[in-house]
Design a protein around this ligand. Structure first.
Ligand code: NAP
Length: 358
């Protein structure tokens, strides 16, 4: 089984998904393409809202979680540490995140533009995760009241306390759309949470229209809802498009960010190659040092030496000889590896019989 198949299988079993679920949703990068992808991600170039801050935090959280589970080794640690550093550099030196409007605030801004006097309206936010909190923060900044709900009432309560809103029970909220003027939906429900029938039913007993903003990807509001009379609906793509327009006013920022990424990419590649060679270098030094200590002990025994000062001098002498002999070839090996000279790496590996001793 290939590594990719193994990853998919483990992932599917941990997440309780069918392996088929990956067919449409999984993007696979290989080789140095992986580094490029990660740098773009941490810099915010790959986000729907270019320059948004959340993704950098999410990447940090993912590597921290992997470390805690002891699922990240030298390679992942080095790669993520570099990618986070580059992402931070891009943000500081290009200002790509400055003035970038979040999906949440854009959704609220669009709601404001599409409905009169937003403050006086009944607003419901379904979702208590990261995207929902962006919406909530933006509503709160405007001093707009809103209800918030999610399946676990405690979660809605905690959300209300930290981010804002008035928590209501999920079932109550879902069966009371008729009194809602503006609905924000930001959940990861794997089905349509807001169905055609539910909205249609609610609209039968409403005089006024309803505005629905679906921030979820995949969507959690049935697209057919948009065909119901007096319903105005916007999905994530449409909201992102508006954010994108806002972004275009800051053209030039993206190309500066790309320039930095292209500058940093070879640095990351070199660091990753060093990570590959370091176990070989360490192993060679370890083996040689073991031989040195063995021979040192033998010689000291033959000399019958007990004077600690003399033993220290002989010990240092042997260490200095080993280091003198080994440092140049080992540094050259590191350089060869950084430059992608796999021939030398293979030869040294073979010479020191590295693999067979693993
Ligand atoms: N994070 C961002 O910056 C961002 C930006 C743009 C778009 N989005 C999109 O927004 C959506 C939410 O992302 P997120 O980052 O906020 O996720 P999140 O932090 O994991 O939060 C997920 C939310 O979905 C709710 N949920 C999960 N399963 C549900 C179900 N079966 N029925 C009803 N509610 C359910 C959860 O609450 P309960 O489990 O209590 O119900 C929680 O409130 C996603 O579709 C994402 O693609 C996110």
């Amino acid at each position: 089984m290939s590594d990719l198949e193994r990853i998919k299988k483990t992932w599917a079993s941990v997440a309780g998904l069918e392996q088929n679920a990956f067919k449409e949703n999984l993007e696979v990068s290989q080789g140095t393409e992986v580094y490029h992808h990660l740098l773009k991600l941490t810099s915010g170039l790959d986000s729907l809202v270019v320059g948004e801050e959340q993704i950098l935090g999410q990447v940090k959280e993912s590597i921290n979680a992997a470390r805690q589970l002891q699922a990240a080794g030298n390679r992942l640690n080095t790669l993520f540490e570099k990618a986070i550093r580059v992402g931070t550099r891009v943000r500081h030196s290009t200002g790509i995140s400055r003035g970038s409007i979040s999906i949440g605030s854009m959704a609220v801004k669009l709601a404001e533009e599409n409905i009169d006097d937003l403050k006086s309206k009944y607003i419901l936010l379904i979702g208590t995760g990261e995207a929902a909190s962006l919406v909530a923060k933006s509503l709160k900044r405007r001093g707009t009241n809103f209800f918030v709900t999610s399946r676990t009432f405690e979660r809605s309560q905690a959300f209300a306390q930290t981010v804002g809103g008035k928590p209501i029970k999920f079932e109550e909220a879902m069966s009371n759309f008729k009194s809602i003027d503006v609905l924000f939906v930001a959940t990861i429900a794997p089905y349509f949470l807001v169905t055609y029938e539910r909205v249609q039913g609610a609209m039968e007993s409403r005089k006024n229209g309803m505005l629905i903003m679906d921030l979820s990807n995949p969507r959690t509001v049935d697209e057919r809802v948009a065909t119901i009379k007096k319903i105005k609906m916007m999905n994530l793509d449409q909201i992102a498009e508006m954010v994108d327009k806002n972004m275009r006013t800051r053209i030039g920022v993206v190309s500066s960010a790309e320039k930095i990424i292209n500058e940093e990419l070879p640095v990351v590649e070199a660091a990753m190659k060093r990570v590959e060679i370091e176990p070989i270098v360490n192993n060679v030094f370890k083996e040689i040092d073991q031989a040195r200590i063995k021979e040192l002990k033998k010689a000291l025994q033959m000399l019958g030496e007990t004077d600690e000062e003399k033993i220290r001098i002989i010990d240092q002498l042997t260490q200095a000889i080993v280091e003198d002999i080994m440092s140049i070839p080992m540094n050259n090996l590191r350089k060869a590896s950084e430059q992608g000279d796999s021939e030398i790496v293979r030869t040294v590996t073979k010479l020191f019989d590295y693999k067979t001793r693993e």
